[in-house]
Design a protein around this ligand. Structure first.
Ligand code: MCA
Ligand code: AMP
Length: 505
């Protein structure tokens, strides 16, 4: 029987050249393609020593490193389910994920080990290991003495490779279950659509705990046997220095606006570049045009979701139209529908719905939530509002879901409102996204006091510090007497967005 393990696909693509470099860190550390089997095999032995078996969850909150990628590959090989977490999450937030995922093993950074071990113990997690970004931590110490396992556990196509948590409109994060086949299909489609070349060099500055940096970027590179300039984070000076060596870069819109702000950024920096890809948040048409004027490159915008991987892409060879997300990727069908899942005529705005081999297996242990997001005919409801042109080109024009995207990170207002409403002195709150020149949208809170204590903008922000990851915390807080409501009593966020629309500009 064929083994649908995604690792098998990557293994087949390892270049013959024993010196071909996969991950090329700026700290001088490298991982060669030829080392992938043995090094991920050692990691696999370590996982097995900690009792990790097929179907077990492994939760990981670590800095970007070569070993973090090996850990991902080893989880695939073990048939275990890899669950990466944003490094910005506070211990309180991590506690929720550990309780929900009930992992066999939790891997965290050495600096947070003491705090997080206590959280993990509370949630009944048996093993906790530390792994640092500078090749330090218990996991590294234990790794060297491990024999390299040859095993690649047999899995079926629909068995889980990963769970990625996405927040929800209810404020409770949901784990999107992605199978080996979901990830493999999307990797193949993107590799082909973007005409990946043998000698491509990918500049990788994205975090590796989300679909964009982990799956979209790394999977394309693994299929191409490409060198990856592996930056620990996005930092414009380092990106400027390394761009001339690269041929492909993937980023959120903030990556591009920050490059445009750099005086020296221009054609010379991009001399070797073949492709700039943008996604995770809307790229302003203005940024697209300014980028082309400065560099001669038209950014290729694509659109996707955690639950589905990539859904649409502007064409590689055809016209990359600013402000649109292009066409459904091969094998994926999209429709713009009314509230009942009926396709609308071309040109009309409605909810974008999709079906295809990339669509996830449902939310971890939330069958009701899963059912709510699918139509009876099996199409997944994205919650994005789109318009389809006569030639089937898709433009995202809004969101049916109450979601803020800040620098490519999703923030669900409900979660922030609940955290604010729990604070002393607060009667109620409304959280909105306001146009922000750097992050696209800036999280903004409008708060009504209950009069029991004195409230100020700094006091509200300070009180949220340990509860919410930094990127979720409001950049501004406004204290008001009452929130605007319609006759049904619903808070009119559009009025608030209008009132505060200029605060960041
Ligand atoms: C950092 N901060 C942020 C954000 N990032 N605040 C709001 N939104 C953010 N995204 C905080 C920092 O903690 C800091 O707080 C202050 O803002 C300024 O930090 P700065 O140094 O400017 O930020 P940075 O470290 O340079 O990070 C900005 C960034 C980063 C490079 C845009 O957020 C990033 O790498 N974003 C990529 C997200 C991503 O990969 N999304 C893909 C999701 P303080 O001053 O208090 O320290 S996958 C997805 O959405 C789908 C599937 C898809 O289609 O791809
Ligand atoms: P996530 O839940 O983190 O996977 O974020 C997915 C959401 O990001 C989508 O539902 C869209 O709202 C948004 N998104 C991703 N790419 C784009 C894009 N190119 N244009 C507009 N919105 C996007």
């Amino acid at each position: 029987m064929q083994n649908a393990n995604l690792y098998r696909l990557f293994e087949q693509r390892i270049p013959n050249d024993p010196d071909a470099v996969f991950l090329d860190g700026i700290d001088g550390r490298q991982l060669r393609y030829s080392e992938i089997p043995s090094r991920s095999g050692q990691m696999l032995s370590l996982l097995q020593q900690h009792g990790v078996k097929k179907g077990d969850r492994v939760v990981v909150q670590v800095d970007k490193s070569i070993e973090a990628v090996l850990l991902y590959l080893a989880c695939l090989r073990a048939g275990a389910i890899y669950i990466p977490l944003n490094t910005a999450y506070t211990p309180a937030e991590v506690g929720y994920f550990l309780g929900d995922a009930t992992p066999r093993l939790f891997v965290c950074t050495p600096a947070k080990k003491v705090d997080l071990e206590a959280v993990a113990k509370d949630r009944g997690v048996a093993s906790v290991l530390s792994l640092g970004g500078a090749a330090d931590g218990e996991l590294i110490d234990a790794l060297e003495s491990q024999p390299a396992s040859n095993e690649v556990v047999q899995v079926e196509a629909d068995e889980l490779a990963s769970i990625l948590y996405t927040s929800g409109t209810t404020g409770r994060s949901k784990g999107a279950m992605l199978s080996h086949a979901n990830l493999a299909s999307n990797a193949r489609v993107l590799f082909n659509t973007w005409q990946w070349q043998n000698d491509d060099v990918l500049l990788h500055a994205l975090p590796i705990f989300h679909v964009h940096g982990l799956f979209v970027a790394l999977h394309c590179a693994l299929l191409g046997g490409s060198r990856v300039i592996f930056l620990p984070r996005y930092d414009v000076a380092t990106v400027m220095r390394k761009l001339p060596e690269a041929t492909v870069m993937m980023g959120v819109p903030t990556f591009y606006t920050r490059l445009l702000e750099h005086e020296e950024f221009g054609r010379e920096t991009c001399a070797n570049m073949r492709l700039f890809v943008s996604g995770s948040a809307p790229l302003l048409a203005e940024t697209h045009r300014e980028f082309e004027a400065r560099t001669g490159h038209r950014i290729l915008e694509r659109y996707g979701m955690t639950e589905t991987g990539m859904i649409t892409s502007n064409p590689y060879a055809g016209e990359r139209l600013a402000g649109t997300v292009g066409y459904a990727l091969p094998g994926i069908s999209v429709r713009v529908a009314d509230d009942y899942g009926r396709a609308l005529p071309r040109g009309e705005a409605g909810v974008l719905e999709i079906t295809g081999p990339n669509v996830f297996q449902g939310y971890w242990q939330m069958p009701e939530k899963t059912a709510e997001e699918f139509r009876p005919d099996g199409w997944f409801i994205t919650g994005d509002i789109a318009v389809m042109a006569d030639d089937e080109r898709v433009t995202i024009v809004g969101r049916a879901k109450d979601l803020i995207i800040s620098g490519g990170f999703n923030v669900y207002p409900k979660e922030i409102e609940s955290a604010i409403d729990d604070l002393p002195g607060i009667k109620e709150s409304a959280v909105i996204g306001i146009p922000h020149p750097d992050f696209g949208e800036g999280v903004t809170a409008v708060v009504v006091p209950d009069g029991s204590t004195e409230l100020s903008e700094p006091s509200v922000i300070a009180a949220l510090k340990d509860r919410l990851a930094r990127f979720k915390q409001p950049k501004r807080v406004f204290i008001v007497d009452a929130l605007p409501r319609n006759t049904m009593g619903k808070v009119q966020k559009n009025i608030l967005r209008d009132t505060y629309r200029d605060i960041f500009t």
